[in-house]
Design a protein around this ligand. Structure first.
Ligand SMILES: *Cc1c(COP(=O)(O)O)cnc(C)c1O
Length: 366
């Protein structure tokens, strides 16, 4: 039996009528770019997060870029983030004109090691972007304490952490702003591209709404130089449908992770993910660490199991960013993890039988 890495078809099948109806409503009312369906989703998502404002944008990358822009991050500034993230985190910093500075991760949680922040901060540092990687929240108290002491903004990259919690607070609501991606494969995914910024500060929300719509608050009255970063109406309507299912879907992901943890607990040479004691993990990715990854990938292929690697090359070693970093050896934990990470299939529709298939392939060669 095939075990895909992700099964968006199975998810669609489970909510087909609701989705089809939602799309038809948008088409009937021709509210395609921005508009009432986006406003409704923004309210629902803000409520879900327990925060004042959610501003829908075109992608997670745009969410990060606009959040930095609103905070005035620009040329000559430095922004600290981690090397084990999707490249968008650092691209957004770069496209504001600022310089990404990398700090290494904790070897248990795989999130930003707050103990290393002190050394990375200087007079140019303007903000920190912790990344709730794989759906595990960062140690936000430690990070926000250091940010406050140094007068720095905190923007959470919550693109993999919809519904995750840090000490009972939703990921994305703890720093100055939180950024989400609704790329189709994310825990809350659109049927195309979409993203959002969440915040409590009124002024930030007002500015975000202007910037995403060519800097205007009234049609053709442009107070700022902005961009077209609006959310699409059809995506918003789909997200409204899917948001209702998110808590249940996240619980199912946690259940799958529990089954994997249990079945892999006695397999030698495999490190399974650790949930921090402050965290409610939402397992966007379930990454184990192994020494014989290539061999394992072959065993998976033999059994029709699809796995992933998140991410094979840390950002400081990407050709696009080498001029920014001290190269190989400068981020030892992130580098070691990049060599060992292996992401197993995880999604709400994954069955115990499929998990068993995956685990059999692993045991075959362990
Ligand atoms: C997906 C993702 C992004 C970018 O989101 P897009 O919607 O694809 O632009 C940014 N950061 C992280 C950690 C992500 O996983």
């Amino acid at each position: 039996m095939k075990v895909p890495f992700l099964d968006l078809k199975a998810q669609y099948a489970s909510i087909k009528d609701e989705i089809d109806d939602a799309i038809r409503q948008v088409i009937d009312s021709c509210a395609f770019a921005g508009g009432p369906f986006v406003e409704r989703f923004e309210q629902e998502f803000a409520h879900f997060c327990g925060i004042e404002h959610a501003v829908g944008v075109g992608s997670g990358t745009e969410a990060l870029w606009l959040a930095l822009t609103v905070l005035g991050v620009g040329s000559g500034d430095e922004v600290i983030t981690v090397p084990n993230t999707f490249i968008a985190t650092a691209e957004a910093i770069w496209f504001c004109g600022a310089k990404p500075v990398f700090v290494d991760i904790d070897k248990q949680t795989y999130t930003m090691d707050a103990n290393l922040l002190g050394k990375a901060i200087n007079e140019k540092t303007k903000a920190i972007i912790p990344v709730h990687i794989f759906g595990q929240p960062c140690d936000m108290d430690a990070i926000t304490d250091i940010a406050r002491e140094n007068g720095l903004y905190v923007i959470e990259d919550a693109c993999q952490a919809h519904g995750a919690e840090y000490k009972k607070r939703k990921a994305g609501t703890i720093g100055d702003m939180g950024c989400f991606s609704f790329y189709p494969g994310k825990n809350l995914g659109a049927y195309g591209e979409a993203g959002a910024v969440v915040c409590n500060e009124n002024e930030y929300a007002i500015k975000l709404r202007m910037l995403r719509d060519h800097g205007q608050d009234k049609k053709y009255d442009h107070q700022l130089i902005g961009w077209n970063a609006r959310m699409d109406g059809i995506q918003a309507a789909i997200l409204s449908v899917k948001l209702k299912h998110l808590p249940e879907w996240n619980a199912l992901r946690r259940k799958c992770a529990g089954v994997y943890n249990h079945l892999l607990s006695d397999v030698k040479g495999i490190i399974t993910p650790v949930t921090a004691n402050y965290a409610k993990h939402v397992f966007h990715i379930y990454a184990i660490r192994v020494k014989n990854r290539n061999k394992m990938l072959k065993a998976f292929a033999n059994r029709d199991v699809s796995a992933g690697i998140h991410y094979p090359i840390p950002l400081h070693l990407q050709d696009a960013f080498t001029k920014l970093s001290n190269g190989n050896g400068s981020q030892p934990i992130a580098e070691q993890c990049a060599e060992e990470f292996l992401s197993l299939p995880i999604y709400p529709e994954l069955t115990e039988y499929q998990i068993d298939q995956v685990v059999r392939s692993i045991k075959e060669i362990s």
